[in-house]
Design a binder for this molecule. Structure first.
Ligand code: UGA
Ligand code: MN
Length: 254
């Protein structure tokens, strides 16, 4: 099946590095289709050039959806204080729902953040997701643990090992599940929402399309994705250049 990977992304010094890393995963996995949604008023030349250079333009769509200012994280806010990716993922779901109407068979929908680290093997495993089901698997380096994972017995998910907010309906990270596209057709209003408690975005989308009992465990004893977070790079000296009236250090580079 086609795997639609939804990536919200926003402009910052590390953006091109993150997207380059991801684009090279796409080059290695032919059934991946990339739905990039920029958190901006319009799509950017940076993202467009990047997908063209990676020769991915046939397997990619470039969208934009700006986070409303009252929900946008400011520099001073701690990173977890507001939900991220809500506007962008909903825009992508709208696009996918239209797209799959005309497609035979089912596809897979995966929420692929721009900063995590993905093994190509994850996508082989994800392709096993059955119609009308949600696949779940372990995620490394999240929840202040080496791994957060579903607990599996006789090929059924019987619980989760998370220590942070284990009372959540689905105590897993966004990188730890993918959804069969027919569930988005069967539940046409399923989407993300700003009005949920911190850490409940995953539960919010999952509760609208499935139940714990129906989850399909995949790659249960392997870590194929890591919830890495890139350190924000310091730009003090770059700012100094500007103050001295000198050009930016990347002037003339493409
Ligand atoms: C965790 C989860 O891994 C996210 O999938 C989830 O959206 C988030 O918590 C949440 O609870 O909202 P975390 O690493 O803290 O993720 O979030 P980020 O990686 O900073 O952001 C998730 C995605 O949204 C990224 O692809 C990022 O590029 C994008 N984003 C972030 C924007 O589009 N705009 C922003 O202002 C911030
Ligand atoms: Mn992240």
């Amino acid at each position: 099946p086609i795997i639609y990977a939804i990536t919200p992304t926003y402009a910052r010094p590390v953006q091109k590095a993150e997207l380059t890393r991801l684009s090279h995963v796409f080059r290695l996995v032919p059934n991946l289709f990339w739905v990039i949604v920029e958190d901006a008023d319009e799509t950017s030349a940076l993202v467009r050039n990047l997908v063209n250079r990676a020769m991915l333009s046939q397997r990619c769509v470039l969208l934009n959806a700006k986070t409303p200012t009252n929900f946008k994280l400011s520099k001073r806010d701690p990173h977890w204080s507001k939900p991220r990716g809500v506007e962008q993922r909903n825009e992508a779901l709208k696009w996918i729902r239209k797209k799959i109407k005309h497609e035979p068979g089912h596809s897979i929908v995966y929420f692929m953040d721009d900063d995590n680290s993905y093994s190509t093997e994850l996508f082989e495993e994800m392709s096993k997701i059955e119609r009308m089901r949600v696949g779940v698997w372990p995620v490394g380096l999240v929840g202040a643990m080496k791994v957060e994972k579903p607990i599996v017995e006789n090929d059924k998910v019987v619980g989760f090992n998370s220590v942070w907010r284990p009372e959540r309906p689905f105590p897993i990270d966004m990188a730890g599940f993918a959804i069969s596209s027919d569930l988005f057709e069967a539940n046409p209003s399923a989407q993300f929402n700003y009005e949920v408690e911190k850490g409940y975005q995953e539960s919010e989308i999952l509760r609208q399309v499935t139940t714990r009992e129906k989850l399909q465990p995949i790659a249960s004893n392997q870590i194929l994705v890591w919830h890495t977070r890139t350190e924000a790079s310091k730009m003090d000296n770059e700012i100094k250049l500007g103050k001295k009236g000198l050009p930016p250090s990347d002037e003339g580079m493409i």
